[in-house]
Design a protein around this ligand. Structure first.
Ligand code: GTP
Length: 253
């Protein structure tokens, strides 16, 4: 059984900050957001976690193995680097969507995202060391088949982007609705999903669903481990096996 630990990182009172005392230059906001993602990716990644940019003002991170102190350190480090602060809320559940739900509630109960008094909340309890297992995380790495030949080398970049994003939109919705799992676009033609205890037939069914709905062909490698990076690396190796065997689904265990 999986046991996913999600930490939701939310910039405090960001909406008002972007327009006070007057609207800030969009290029500066874009720069801040992409740097914040880079820093969070490294701060969480150095501790074996994964970070996803999501909407940039709300970042979803997978932090199995990080205790409360490690989350506090990340929060402090962000406050020292940026003109904004962030709140962090931790949720743990066998189902990734429920873990994120618990993390989201932790912030919502502490106040609005646009409440100037709600600052640097740290809520929720991480998994205790005794409760951790080597099967806590299931990570799937999805990839569009022959994206280069079919899209990149054939279409203009915007039409390529539409095809890839349509595949992603259908995949993320299906994984959330049918499998309680969280999928994130990570660049190129790749989507990484934090999954519930899905089996091989669930992945075949998902790939078939996306093909039928939007005519985008996927393959997927899946890994299982106690940290996101170990599971993610196993998934990448499994994806290489798909490439070698021509298979659509490979489990790394
Ligand atoms: N984030 C991320 N992006 C990747 C990774 N591998 C490839 N990409 C991106 O995906 C693009 C397409 O690469 P591939 O998926 O290898 O190419 P392809 O044409 O789809 O070929 P096949 O996957 O073998 O069917 C690359 O230009 C990268 O932007 C990865 O492991 N992580």
């Amino acid at each position: 059984m999986t046991n996913t630990q999600i930490a939701l990182i939310q910039i405090d009172n960001y909406g008002p900050w972007t327009t006070t005392p007057e609207p800030r230059r969009e290029v500066d906001l874009q720069t801040l957001q992409s740097r914040l993602y880079a820093d969070v990716s490294q701060l969480v990644g150095n501790r074996e976690g994964y970070a996803f940019f999501a909407r940039f003002d709300n970042l979803v991170t997978v932090t199995n193995g990080l205790d409360r102190e490690a989350h506090r350190l990340i929060q402090t480090s962000l406050a020292n680097r940026y003109p904004v602060t962030a709140s962090i809320s931790i949720g743990v559940d066998p189902l990734p969507i429920e873990a994120l739900g618990a993390a989201s509630r932790g912030l919502q109960e502490a106040g609005s995202a646009q409440d100037s008094k709600r600052r640097e909340i740290l809520s929720g309890e991480p998994l205790s060391e005794d409760d951790r297992t080597d099967e806590d995380l299931q990570i799937a790495h999805f990839d569009v088949n022959n994206a280069t030949e079919k899209y990149t080398d054939e279409l203009n970049e915007f039409d390529t982007f539409i095809n890839i994003e349509q595949g992603y939109a259908e995949l993320m919705r299906h994984m959330r609705m049918a499998h309680d799992s969280l999928s994130f676009f990570v660049g190129g033609d790749n989507v990484i999903a934090v999954c519930s205890g899905m089996d091989k037939s669930d992945y075949h069914e998902t790939i078939e669903h996306v093909r039928d709905a939007v005519d985008v062909d996927l393959k997927v490698g899946v890994g299982r481990a106690r940290t996101a990076q170990q599971a993610g690396m196993e998934a990448k190796h499994a994806l290489e096996e798909c490439r070698e065997n021509g298979s659509l689904v490979e489990l790394g265990w």
